[in-house]
Write a protein that binds this ligand. Structure first.
Ligand SMILES: *Cc1c(COP(=O)(O)O)cnc(C)c1O
Length: 449
């Protein structure tokens, strides 16, 4: 008699909480609506996937951030970080609430102008500003944050040529106790470059040094480094005043506040570890008011917070394409949201919920996107209820960086819909079509026939 073939058992972990009389408590709540608009309707009307932005959430978050700072320090100005989400409708919501624009390229600069920003409410950051960009910014009286010595010399030349005195700040990188130090940008403080740049500017007499800027990193989920950075900037403000009798008008602490997303590999949920705006504000404003600067000469505080202000306002409604078993028996689910439009899936464990009621059974699941690429994995491993083909899913907190870093690859970029305060929906970026993509392509004559 032939021996029976060994078959590897498939063991599925059943996650039992404390059962009540209905059985175990599901770990998930279905998300069936966003700001009162049923997700079913969103998918039917605008297609699946569709990106959704809540104006209500943007406003709530912004007001909370502003309150945290302005109740601790009177002179505060927010500047919206364009690269975090530069859809015009989103930028305009921030501008209407009083945010300036913070841009890092000529393209973003022009976008800010076309959104109605006056030049003197645009902060121009970044290492790559062309001579043309710089001239335009000088003429418009924007705040130019100098990144390196080559740019400093260019600006001095432009100032002479245009007979203008450009308003400048320098970007400074420094040791604030976090690792790695973001020393790609700006002048290093500890090696003397920052002080050297300040001296060069002051001695040239050609530039109006109005500010000091730093952006210590992104997703910084402790507040102490901001306190350290602020103290170091304030020390420079005092030193500049002592040596040159010049008052620095603002210090700009950049962005980098964490959002409540969960970083891949972290043990605790992001919503448990993300410092509050109050905590960031406390660290920063304490360092200003406890510095040696006299009260009447304290600088304005500029904040360029991006992800912390927009992440929670964005969601994607998508749907299940298929379910299958992987070679090791694990369940996998393919959804119509890939890493091409959800770039942040590379570093966040995104919050995913079913978009309708679902069975209580849940199982360890790998959630893949639709792309023909192995790296297209949205969640490598997550306890998830069993959904059917066509069921909806909602991915939350995706408002930051996805609508700027997304790429057209295999599939096209979807509609982006804004839900306004009245619960009305507005398409704020249309889905791409074949025409969108081929309209930029040219076919050489010899390939035409
Ligand atoms: C990217 C960036 C920001 C915004 O950063 P977040 O992490 O989104 O808050 C602000 N300032 C500068 C200079 C930046 O490069």
């Amino acid at each position: 008699m032939e021996k029976l073939k060994y078959e590897r058992p498939i063991i599925n972990k059943i996650n039992l909480g404390i059962p009540n009389k209905f059985g175990t408590k599901p770990k998930f709540e279905p998300i069936t609506q966003i700001d009162g608009v049923p997700v079913q309707i969103l998918a039917e009307k605008f297609g699946s996937p569709v990106m959704v932005i809540s104006e209500k959430k943007i406003k709530e978050t912004y007001k909370e951030a502003k309150r945290a700072f302005t109740t601790r320090y009177p002179k505060v100005q927010f500047a919206w970080s364009y690269k975090t989400n530069y859809l015009d409708a989103v930028c305009r919501i921030f501008h209407k609430m009083g945010s300036w624009a913070e841009v890092v390229s000529g393209f973003e600069y022009d976008k800010a102008l076309s959104n109605g920003m006056p030049g003197n409410q645009i902060i121009f950051n970044g290492p790559d500003k062309s001579l043309k960009d710089l001239e335009k910014a000088v003429i418009n009286k924007s705040y130019i944050h100098i990144d390196h010595f080559d740019e400093l010399y260019d600006l001095i030349e432009i100032a002479e040529k245009l007979d203008e005195k450009p308003k400048v700040a320098i970007r400074i990188n420094m040791n604030t106790g976090i690792y790695p130090i973001w020393d790609k940008f700006g002048f290093n403080l500890e090696n003397g470059d920052a002080w050297n740049a300040i001296n060069k500017i002051m001695i040239s007499g050609k530039l109006d040094l109005v500010g000091l800027h730093t952006h210590i990193g992104t997703f910084i989920n402790t507040v102490e480094p901001y306190g350290v950075a602020t103290t170091k900037l304030m020390d420079l403000v005092i030193r500049i005043n002592e040596k040159f009798h010049t008052l620095i008008k603002y210090i700009d602490l950049g962005g980098g506040f964490a959002s409540t997303n969960t970083l891949r590999g972290s043990y605790l949920q992001g919503s448990d570890t993300c410092p509050s705006f109050d905590a960031y504000a406390e660290a920063i404003t304490n360092s200003i008011i406890n510095s040696g600067m006299d009260i009447e000469n304290l600088p304005m505080l500029i904040l360029e917070s991006g992800r912390a202000l927009i992440d929670e306002a964005g969601s994607i409604v998508g749907s299940v394409i298929a379910n299958k078993r992987l070679a090791d028996g694990r369940r996998s689910m393919i959804i119509d949201v890939g890493v091409n439009i959800l770039f942040t899936a590379f570093w966040y464990d995104h919050l995913i919920n079913p978009g309708q009621s679902f069975s209580y059974n849940s199982e360890e699941t790998t959630i893949y996107g639709p792309l023909c690429m192995n790296i297209d994995c949205i969640r490598p491993n997550m306890q998830f209820p069993v959904l059917k083909k066509g069921d909806l899913i909602v991915i939350s907190k995706i408002g930051a960086y996805n609508m700027t870093q997304w790429m057209q690859f295999i599939t096209m970029r979807p509609n982006v819909v804004l839900i306004d305060l009245q619960g009305q929906t507005h398409v704020i970026r249309q889905n791409e079509t074949l025409e969108t993509i081929t309209s930029l392509e040219l076919i050489p004559d010899y390939l035409k026939s």
